[in-house]
Design a protein around this ligand. Structure first.
Ligand code: MLT
Ligand code: ZN
Length: 456
């Protein structure tokens, strides 16, 4: 049955698209190595319409791929042949603000940056932040439990979701937790849907908890001579300062940002690595004291601190623009994490492995090292075909993931499993855990209608 005609029973036909352009646009996320070829794109406006779509998909044996801002990096929103995309783009209304509870209630298609800006207008703060907030949607952030640059201080998206409305794979509507702070009435189903990558239900409405606004922030970028120094610097700064961010990037990463005109070299010195540290302005004197101490012991060779919001933004651009600056080179993305105490030894092991196994590729290091999350991007040589490149990286990935497994780390710290990491899930989750996950999937989506082939 033709999907466009079939779903007209659930949605006005003006919000069903099947032209090639729409199918190409809505059928994929930011990954490039998976084939997307959906049958149609559906644009619901309400939870009731989403429920009608899911019920119709069950009856007509269609498979649905939920789609937010399509900024994902693991193929979680790629729609395969004959699958039908359910885009939340038209569900972008802010329903209200509740001051006493510091709650913002909105539809799942609201852009993350709009959540941040609305919070500011109410004198509050939505702390989850990352480079793609201008395009990503809060519902997609929930589906992947998005992390980003301020996790060391504020945690992941999960921490800020106080209520959820989801349409399960059977088309049932669940309204979960209602914005409550305390609720000890059994299983907190909300947390099953957060991070489930659209495999259990489609998030349609959200209660977002907001934080108090922090003090104005200072950003410090440090030139760091070697990997081993990074964690010494983190230890020194975090001993007496409640850091908002602790990021790092390599000279290779920074040089790509600068080459693409997305940032300006912050200091004359060229260093193998840089750390970017953010903290409250009241901690500046203490930060300067630690900086000098780090220079004395040789862990830092130079540094620059922001004195205005504009300068802070310019320094952050060096880190936040890495992903987009590398994108034209079709990098193979690793997004791995270990506990902070294991990071020093992990970095040594990864460095050794990468030098031995990728001697002919450029490897770009960066990440949220303050929370144990390393982004290791292998850059595709210009002359190499993408399938060959991906196959070669896939062949080497198990060796990297064995190092992760040895330390009980994660093969996907924040980007999600999607299609890209699906075959490697066993490095982070036991057989019993995966069996439990499958059993949960069978409860909420017994016919396997939602996001088939993702996660496992
Ligand atoms: C980042 O930290 O820049 C994002 O996770 C995106 C990426 O790794 O490419
Ligand atoms: Zn990241």
């Amino acid at each position: 049955m033709n999907a466009e005609i079939y779903f007209a029973k659930a949605l006005p036909s003006s919000r069903i698209r099947s032209d090639e352009d729409s199918r190409r646009t809505w059928g994929r996320d930011r990954t490039t190595s998976f084939k997307a070829d959906p049958a149609a794109v559906l644009l619901p406006e309400t939870t009731a319409e989403v429920a009608a779509i899911v019920k119709a998909a069950n009856a007509g044996k269609f498979k649905l791929v939920p789609s937010g801002g399509r900024t994902g990096l693991s193929g979680g929103a790629v729609a395969g042949p004959s699958e039908v995309v359910v885009s939340l783009d038209h569900m972008n209304q802010i329903a209200g603000f509740n001051g006493p509870d510091r709650l913002l209630t909105c539809q799942a298609g609201v852009i993350t940056q709009v959540v941040q800006q609305t919070a500011l207008r109410h004198g509050l703060f939505y702390p989850v932040d990352f480079a793609s907030v201008g395009s990503s949607q809060i519902g997609g952030n929930i589906a992947t439990n998005a992390g980003g640059i301020r996790v060391i201080r504020y945690g992941l998206t999960r921490q800020w979701i106080a209520g959820l409305t989801v349409v399960t794979g059977t088309g049932d509507v669940l309204r979960l937790n209602h914005g409550l702070i305390k609720n000890a009435t059994g299983y907190d189903l909300r947390h099953l849907f957060i991070g489930s990558e659209g495999t259990l239900g489609i998030v349609t409405e959200v209660d977002v908890r907001l934080a108090m606004q922090p003090e104005p922030q200072r950003v410090l970028v440090l030139a760091v001579p070697e990997l081993a120094a990074l964690m010494r610097i983190l230890k020194a700064f975090s001993a007496s300062i409640d850091l908002s961010a602790f990021e790092f990037f390599s000279e290779l990463a920074m040089s790509r940002v600068i080459a693409r005109g997305r940032g300006v070299r912050p200091m004359p010195e060229i260093s193998p690595l840089y750390a970017l540290i953010e903290f409250d302005e009241s901690a500046e004197d203490e930060a300067m004291r630690i900086f000098e101490q780090m220079v004395t012991v040789g862990s830092v060779t130079d540094g620059v601190i922001s004195r205005s919001d504009a300068q802070a933004k310019a320094l952050w651009a060096l880190r936040e623009n890495i992903s987009e600056s590398l994108a034209p080179e079709r990098p193979y993305k690793n997004d791995i994490s270990v506990r902070i105490m294991d990071v020093p030894d992990f970095l040594v092991a990864v460095d050794r492995l990468v030098s031995a196994r990728y001697p002919d590729f450029e490897v770009c290091w960066y990440g949220h090292i303050g929370d144990g999350n390393l982004h290791l991007n292998i850059l595709k040589p210009e002359t190499m075909a993408e399938p060959d490149f991906v196959a070669r990286c896939h062949h080497i990935s198990p060796e990297l993931f064995r190092e992760v497994h040895l330390r009980r780390g994660s093969i996907s710290a924040e980007h999600g499993v999607g299609l890209l990491k699906r075959d490697f899930l066993g490095f982070s989750r036991s057989t019993e855990e995966i069996a439990a996950m499958r059993a949960i999937k069978a409860v909420f989506d017994p016919n396997g209608v939602l996001n088939p082939g993702k996660l496992f």
